[in-house]
Write a protein that binds this ligand. Structure first.
Ligand code: MN
Length: 290
């Protein structure tokens, strides 16, 4: 199943280049009262809603080319991310100490994981808005994993059983000496899209080609078989520190070829069997605003 949010909060099922509006499936979610849960209710209920969503897919449609895709996960409780998790990206970071601060360039097994603010999350129809334009801001394309079931202390052997699905992730990053969580949490600096491909539909995880180009120039092109810690190992690692909840997102790290983006640029990202997406870069408004 390819599930998306599009056109201002509509729930969509994507089949054969068409988005079916299945928003009324959301009516089956339980009513909520304050204080609200800190996980994603739709992802939590997806197993029981699937039949209803499939049944609604004969209704109104929009071509994929005309749909404005938002993040396929509306309300993740946390966005967990892996630093330097491809060997060649580690090598390029070591080779350029003026861009990649020494304190941050270590093996993932030593660095561990970090968190990005959920307020940084957008979908591909929204632009990345660059702040601190005097500093280098980079693209990072990554395989994104969406957790489907609550888990804690899960082993790598069981880990994939807790995954709802996968999508393309962009981990936009200001280079510099501060903590990663600060430099990667600016509004719009996490892009997920174009849709969630459920785990059963993706099948075998290994050997997914991923690529990113900027204005038509290929910058990153790699394969997930070169991940240092694979998806099961990352889930084991993360869940040995905290509970993973339905809708939590795990960004698995970017391969080599990261480079700067500027207002006016357009990124194109694709991952085998997950789709492709274009994302515009703009300048953030200056001064105080809401
Ligand atoms: Mn990253």
């Amino acid at each position: 199943m390819h599930l998306c949010f599009f056109n201002d909060g509509r729930l969509g099922l994507v089949r054969d280049s068409v988005v079916h509006d299945v928003s009324t499936a959301l009516d089956a979610l339980p009513a909520q009262r304050y204080p609200f849960p800190r996980h994603d209710l739709l992802i939590e209920r997806l197993p029981e809603l699937r039949e209803r969503i499939e049944a609604l897919a004969d209704t109104a449609t929009v071509p994929v080319s005309a749909a404005r895709f938002q993040s396929p996960v509306a309300n993740p409780g946390k966005i967990v991310a892996a630093p330097v998790n491809y060997r060649k990206h580690l090598e390029e970071a070591i080779a350029e100490p003026e861009t990649f601060s020494r304190a941050h360039v270590r093996q993932i097994q030593e660095t561990g994981l970090f968190l990005k603010a959920t307020s940084s999350l957008i979908g591909p129809s929204q632009p990345v808005r660059i702040r601190h334009a005097d500093r280098r801001t980079d693209h990072e394309v990554e395989l994104a994993v969406v957790i489907g079931r609550r888990c804690n202390g899960v082993s790598r052997a069981e880990a994939l059983g807790y995954v709802a699905g996968y999508c393309i992730g962009l981990d936009i990053t200001v280079r510099g000496p501060e903590e990663r969580s600060l430099r990667k949490s600016l509004d719009s600096y996490t892009v997920l899209g174009p849709w969630l491909v459920t785990a059963d539909e993706l099948g075998n995880l290994s050997g997914l080609e991923l690529a990113l180009s900027v204005n038509g120039e290929v910058r990153q092109h790699a394969n997930t078989r070169d991940l240092i810690l694979g998806v099961p190992e990352l889930i084991e690692f993360a869940s040995s520190f905290y509970t993973l909840e339905p809708g939590d997102v795990l960004l698995t790290g970017t391969p080599e070829g990261v480079g700067p983006i500027r207002p006016g640029d357009e990124m194109h990202a694709c991952i085998d069997r997950l789709g492709e997406m274009r994302v515009r870069i703009e300048a953030a408004a200056e001064g105080a605003h809401s």
